[in-house]
Design a protein around this ligand. Structure first.
Ligand SMILES: Cc1cc2nc3c(=O)[nH]c(=O)nc-3n(C[C@H](O)[C@H](O)[C@H](O)COP(=O)(O)OP(=O)(O)OC[C@H]3O[C@@H](n4cnc5c(N)ncnc54)[C@H](O)[C@@H]3O)c2cc1C
Length: 254
């Protein structure tokens, strides 16, 4: 692998599978069969080749001894946690919050000069061109009376079990406590009104449908669509924060 691709390279599994070298193909088949195939089927309800390449290539095969999930130079979480971070942002006098307030059910009474919409795009346009599928999750939290449950923060289950992963949050901030809380994640289809939409399911068919809504977006003035649900695009946290700041400076604040 190192000879062929070089140390430190990341290769999407579907690219690795195309390899002609018999030994490399054997490794690629093994990784695909034992990790990618089952995990993708569980997470997305689709086979890897039924998803957009941008989604399947998000978790590439990494030829390295570096076992971290991300390799960014600077990685961290807020010193006092995300709750404190958001509390501080939301304390700004220019921000009012209405919780449990669905945009669609209240749109006629909302007055605005500029609107930034972060909900599902198809819902905004009353499903005019049809429903866009989103993937949802059910979280099952368990508090266990022992100091640690697993050795690391996250353990993935590509094939066995119905859940995709177990996360033990204590590892992130090295909390000291006699008990520990873990979350089991069960992927499921998004059903409006029943659960939360978390992930757009990007593939050719769905992207085509999204593009029809995109044409409607471009006709609107002073309304901006930002985020995973509104742009039907897979963003990580750092990416969406970057996009939000960039859109604000470029389009919204001007
Ligand atoms: C289980 C899970 C784990 C993740 N782990 C990581 C990770 O480790 N690292 C990482 O970088 N990223 C991670 N992410 C991704 C991260 O959560 C997203 O990148 C980020 O939340 C995207 O921000 P957003 O603004 O696009 O969407 P969201 O955070 O989903 O914000 C959309 C907002 O719109 C609101 N909304 C939706 N519909 C309506 C409506 N009709 N009316 C009113 N309000 C509405 C929602 O309530 C929500 O507050 C994870 C995501 C999930 C689901």
């Amino acid at each position: 692998m190192i000879e062929k691709f070089g140390y430190g390279l990341k290769i999407p599994i579907l690219k690795l599978l195309e390899n002609k070298n018999a030994d490399l193909k054997k490794i690629a088949d093994f990784i695909y069969d034992n990790i990618f195939y089952g995990y993708t089927l569980k997470q997305w309800g689709l086979k890897p080749d039924e998803l957009d390449f941008s989604v399947t290539s998000r978790v590439p095969v990494f030829i390295s001894h570096d076992n971290r999930y991300f390799q960014d130079n600077y990685q961290g979480i807020p010193l006092k946690g995300y709750t404190e971070l958001f509390n501080n942002i939301l304390n700004n006098k220019n921000i009012d919050i209405s919780l449990d307030t669905d945009y669609k059910s209240n749109s006629s009474s909302i007055k605005f000069n500029k609107l930034i919409y972060t909900g599902p795009i198809d819902e905004f346009f009353d499903y005019n061109y049809g429903k866009l599928p989103y993937r949802s999750l059910q979280f099952d939290f368990k508090t266990i009376k022992k100091e640690w449950f697993q050795e690391v923060a996250q353990v993935n289950y590509p094939n066995a079990k119905e859940y995709t992963r177990i996360t033990e949050f204590k590892h992130f901030l090295n909390h000291n406590s006699d008990v520990t809380t873990v979350a089991y994640e069960y992927p499921q289809a998004y059903i409006p009104g029943k659960n939360e939409p978390y992930y757009p399911i990007q593939n050719e068919l769905n992207n085509e449908l999204y593009n029809k809504y995109k044409i409607e977006i471009d006709k609107l003035k002073n309304t901006y669509f930002v985020g995973r649900l509104a742009e039907y695009k897979y963003y990580n946290m750092d990416q969406i924060v970057g996009v939000a700041l960039m859109k604000f400076e470029k389009d919204i604040a001007k």
